[in-house]
Ligand binder design. Structure first.
Ligand code: PGA
Ligand code: ZN
Length: 441
């Protein structure tokens, strides 16, 4: 239909994310003729993290305390409307790689600190949306091609801790994975039922059922063993078999616990609950995970150690890498340079893919491709600060990642992704495939 689809207009604005903080929204209009009469417009919204990795691309915030506690994104929006718009107006929206290269050039820095990764990502995603819409293709098919048909297994966060909640749970995320489900919608239903049973159990035990930033419950539990026991109880109460049908995944977000001066991981909640300081060395962390993996049906641990501890990660991978998935989030920050280093060192065996950690769609896809070539798995992920934009649902199917991490089935910013996956599954019909990512090939 088209080979050249010119970018006619780029417009950014400041909107709000799921935590009530400002974020960037971008509209890109493509097509021949007069803009506003016969152009096609794609829109995208940019997510934002709380347990942000040191090596992530830079998100530009205004810093003026008089407005939005310094978190405004007016500068980033202005960069969208000037520097980035100037760089890509008239360019071919169908050539995503070239558009993203121009965005990188317009920024000119290694860490995107000039125009901001938040500004760039909004433009990058909105360009893909506009192109898909102009071609009348679903976004996942535009990005992934006709072979894109693998539905991701949800890695559903049902219990929040760390910096995502103000409870005593130290590890950030406890997730369930419906590894025994035969299709996406059944897997989703299983997870939702377990989430609702967990709520009933917490109520029975007079524990809080308020939720953290990603919609998971945030009760004051004593330690990870207690959390994991509650989750296993909820799985069984919902009528499913732990391990065979429903497995558990953890995101420790260990960079947040690491105390550089003490060269150890400090557990503030456990310390408070137990009345004595709980500190674990890197080696003790690995031993702790080994025990938890022995006792509970855990199949995946993300950011088990901090983002700069390559030697520790090598040790962790040697000890647990052939039994479970070890995901690098803050370790790799969706950056192929850091991933290449990890592959060489055999640190971790999987990468978390967050589009705003790197700033363009093409670079995020490069990271997935490098991971898959090296035999690493990829998990497409939301941020703790999200929006109603469901882009990552399409991205997960487009790149055949096989896993998606997008929070609890609670709050519409999270459900937007699950609901979009339901639509994609319906669209694919009997072509849709759903596989246990941990089953032998
Ligand atoms: P974040 O949390 O978005 O706050 O970084 C998600 C994660 O650590 O995976
Ligand atoms: Zn993480």
């Amino acid at each position: 239909m088209y080979r050249y689809l010119p970018i006619r207009k780029v417009h950014g604005r400041q909107v709000l994310d799921s935590r009530g903080n400002p974020t960037v929204e971008v509209e890109v209009t493509v097509g021949e003729g007069i803009v506003g009469v016969n152009g096609t417009t794609g829109r995208a919204m940019v997510p934002s993290g709380a347990s942000t990795g040191t090596f992530e691309a830079v998100e530009i915030r205004d810093g003026s305390k008089r407005k939005y506690m310094g978190l405004g994104v007016e500068k980033a929006v202005s960069n969208v409307n000037t520097k980035l718009a100037d760089a890509i107006l008239g360019e071919n929206a169908l050539d995503q790689n070239a558009v993203d290269s121009l965005l990188l050039e317009a920024d000119g820095t290694e860490n995107k600190s000039n125009v901001g990764a938040n500004a760039m990502l909004g433009v990058s995603m909105a360009t893909a949306r506009a192109a898909a819409k102009a071609l009348k293709l679903p976004l996942f098919q535009y990005i992934g091609g006709t072979h894109a048909k693998r539905m991701p297994v949800p890695m559903m966060n049902i219990l929040n801790g760390g910096v995502h909640a103000n409870n005593t749970v130290d590890l950030q995320e406890f997730m369930i994975m419906p590894v025994g489900a035969e299709n996406f919608h059944t897997g989703l239903r299983m997870c939702v039922e377990i989430y609702q049973y967990l709520k009933i159990i917490l109520k029975e035990e007079k524990l809080s059922t308020s939720v953290g930033d990603e919609g998971g419950f945030a009760p004051d539990l004593a330690d990870s063993r207690e959390v994991l026991s509650y989750i296993v109880r909820a799985v069984e109460r919902a009528g499913y078999r732990p391990k065979e049908e429903v497995a558990i995944a953890i995101d420790a977000a260990a960079s947040e616990l690491f105390d550089g001066e003490k060269d150890a991981y400090y557990f503030p909640g456990e310390t408070q609950k137990k009345g004595k300081t709980v500190l674990r060395s890197g080696k003790e962390m690995v031993d702790y995970y080994k025990e938890l993996v022995q006792e509970f049906p855990i199949v995946s641990i993300e950011d088990g150690l901090h983002e700069d501890d390559w030697d520790g990660w090598k040790h962790l991978t040697r000890e647990l890498g052939d039994k479970i998935q070890l995901v690098g989030d803050d370790l790799f920050v969706t950056n192929i340079k850091r991933l290449r280093c990890g592959i060489k060192l055999q640190a971790a065996n999987s990468i978390l893919v967050k589009v705003n950690q790197i700033g363009t769609l093409s670079e995020a896809m490069d990271a997935v491709e490098m991971a898959q070539k090296a035999g690493y798995r990829a998990v497409v992920s939301h941020r703790s600060g999200e929006t109603e934009d469901s882009f990552i649902a399409d991205l997960a199917v487009a790149c055949g990642a096989g896993q998606i991490k997008t929070g609890a089935p609670c709050r519409s910013d999270r459900n937007a992704k699950y609901n979009q996956l339901l639509r994609i599954e319906e669209y694919l019909g009997c072509q849709a495939c759903f596989e246990n990512p941990f089953a032998p090939v």
